[in-house]
Write a protein that binds this ligand. Structure first.
Ligand code: CLF
Ligand code: SF4
Length: 520
């Protein structure tokens, strides 16, 4: 971007504005918030009213811990941890750890030295990459030497990158002090139950201290270790995120209890993810025909837990070598072959300068949203509805309908626009050669939405969307998502109030199963 003197002056000034507005966001429970409706929708929700400033500082640039940040900042994973010490019925070891990735893709395994090189290569190419996570392909803490060696190398060579870790928790209590020693601020534990009877239906065995445990005994051991590990993280001020896989008929109702149990032990954020299960994954649940939840079921559970604590709704169940913004995957650009020949130019100043620009965009987005929100003041309607958005990031409506790999979903009400999830879809590019099946897939994925916001859309899909009762909206192309959605909602309410249209409820939608992106 161009940096004229005038612009630099603006940037300096905007430094103050950034902190003011971010403070305002914080006080307003931030990111993607529902404004005034209790807990914010996102991981972070962050606020001075909820959180001390130092915690906000930790989460504000972490794309998983802050929904608002995930539009702007990227993470990367390095697949250095192949082994696992438990078995989950939704996991096939052929693929990455399903607690933090989706089945169907396999990551290229790296040594800690290769991983450190990869981090520098990505950091010099993608300056908005702020977080390095280790999330598999097995369990990072079942491979402690490789995991901590990787952290050690990266802490030395790229000290501005936040370190992050995701574990099943079995050996977490043994490693909490080492984790704290590396200044890791963010740890995820996958907790699917706090009742061993339910756990026995999810975990056939765990392997601990040279012994294999099965059934209820195994699940009891696992839950005790997970909760102990969580308490130890909380004592040390490490932000713990809890991932839970929603398995209808097994732990769906029970996850409300899990939510209470983890909240009372100081968890910062709860991420309830849908089970991804298909026979071709070769998992126990895939083979027994265990289904995953629908979009409505998932949202209802997330909503019911939201009063208790911050809920993450923007998780992409990424693979163990994912690179990029959460909605994209640039891992194919950084295979071992490619990074070994890449010229790496890790420059902290360039990264900082880029991130300062990102902060300006963030502020502009929030200011625009707040202004638009004020137009809803005094509206008394109870209407709540969903809209889908095609975006490439930066909080803008900047993707062509036909190029969208996923749609972000916002709930609109008189309280504003709240991010409530995303839907993966097949790449649908009409370009004059529309594929009906793919368009049907898109419609099934966003069937619960009243409108879809796009940068551009062809005539054919437009007509089909309208027939399906979904309004294709391209009048806000390249504008901010939340501001545009609020403006559209205001116009919608005006039409309902004047009798021009009647508000009708929409149906359910499908959460698309399986991998979108093939292995690198
Ligand atoms: Fe990775 Fe996980 Fe850290 Fe994020 S992912 S280790 S907390 S940096 Fe994020 Fe990916 Fe969801 Fe994980 S979107 S699967 S929650
Ligand atoms: Fe698979 Fe992860 Fe469970 Fe281990 S912890 S069995 S790798 S899903």
């Amino acid at each position: 971007m161009h940096a004229s003197a005038q612009h630099e002056a603006g940037a300096a000034q905007s430094g103050a504005v950034v902190s003011d507005v971010m403070q305002a966001i914080a006080e307003h429970k931030g990111c993607g918030t529902s404004g005034g409706s209790g807990k914010a929708s996102c991981g972070s929700a962050a606020g001075q009213n909820d959180l001390p400033t130092e915690i906000w500082e930790k989460v504000k640039n972490h794309p998983c811990y802050s929904e608002e940040a995930h539009h702007h900042y990227a993470r990367m994973h390095v697949a250095v941890a192949p082994a696992c010490n438990i078995q989950c019925n939704y996991c096939n070891r052929k693929y990455d750890c399903a607690n933090e990735s989706r089945p169907g893709v396999v990551s290229e395994k790296l040594t800690p030295e290769q991983a450190a090189k990869k981090v520098l290569a990505v950091a010099s190419t993608i300056p908005q990459m702020t977080v390095l996570g280790i999330a598999g392909p097995g369990d990072p803490l079942a491979n402690p030497e490789k995991t901590f060696k990787t952290f050690e190398l990266i802490a030395k060579t790229a000290p501005d990158i936040k370190l992050c870790l995701s574990t099943n928790g079995l050996t977490l209590p043994d490693h909490v002090d080492t984790i704290a020693g590396f200044n890791v601020d963010h740890v995820t534990i996958t907790i699917n139950m706090v009742d061993p009877e339910i756990g026995a239906k999810i975990y056939p065995w765990v392997f601990w201290k040279h012994k294999r445990y099965t059934g209820v005994e195994a699940a009891k051991l696992l839950t005790d270790r997970q909760l102990l590990g969580l308490e130890m993280l909380t004592e040390r001020g490490i932000l713990a995120k809890i991932n839970s896989v929603m398995i209808p008929g097994i732990n769906d109702k029970h996850l409300v209890e899990v939510n209470k149990a983890v909240k009372s032990r100081g968890a910062f954020l709860h991420n309830i993810m849908p089970l991804i299960s298909a026979p071709e994954h070769g998992t126990v649940f895939g083979l027994t025909g265990q289904r995953g939840p629908t979009a409505q079921e998932l949202k209802a559970l997330q909503d019911s837990c939201e009063g208790e604590m911050n809920m993450m709704r923007h998780c992409r169940q990424c693979r163990a070598d994912a690179v990029g913004l959460l909605g994209e995957d640039r891992s194919a650009e950084f295979t071992t072959d490619k990074i070994m020949t890449m010229e790496v130019n890790y420059d902290l100043d360039t990264r900082k300068a880029y991130q300062a620009k990102v902060e300006e965009e963030r502020v502009a987005k929030v200011v625009a949203k707040q202004e638009e929100l004020s137009t809803l003041a005094g509206e008394m309607s109870d209407i709540k509805l969903l809209v889908a958005v095609a975006t490439k990031g930066s909080g803008l409506i900047n993707e062509h309908f036909g190029h969208a790999k996923e749609f972000q979903v916002y709930e609109l009400s008189t309280a504003g626009a709240k991010f409530v999830g995303h839907r993966r879809v097949d790449l649908y590019c009409q370009g004059g050669f529309g594929d009906e099946d793919n368009l049907e897939t898109v419609i099934r994925a966003i069937n619960d939405c009243h409108a879809v916001f796009v940068a551009k859309i062809g005539g054919c899909p437009k007509g089909d969307l309208q027939k399906a009762g979904i309004d294709p909206v391209d009048q806000y192309a390249h504008e901010f998502i939340e501001k545009s959605a609020i403006a559209w909602f205001k116009a919608y309410l005006d039409k309902v109030n004047s009798g021009e249209i009647e508000h009708v409820e929409r149906g359910d939608a499908e959460i698309r199963q399986g991998a979108l992106i093939s292995a690198a």
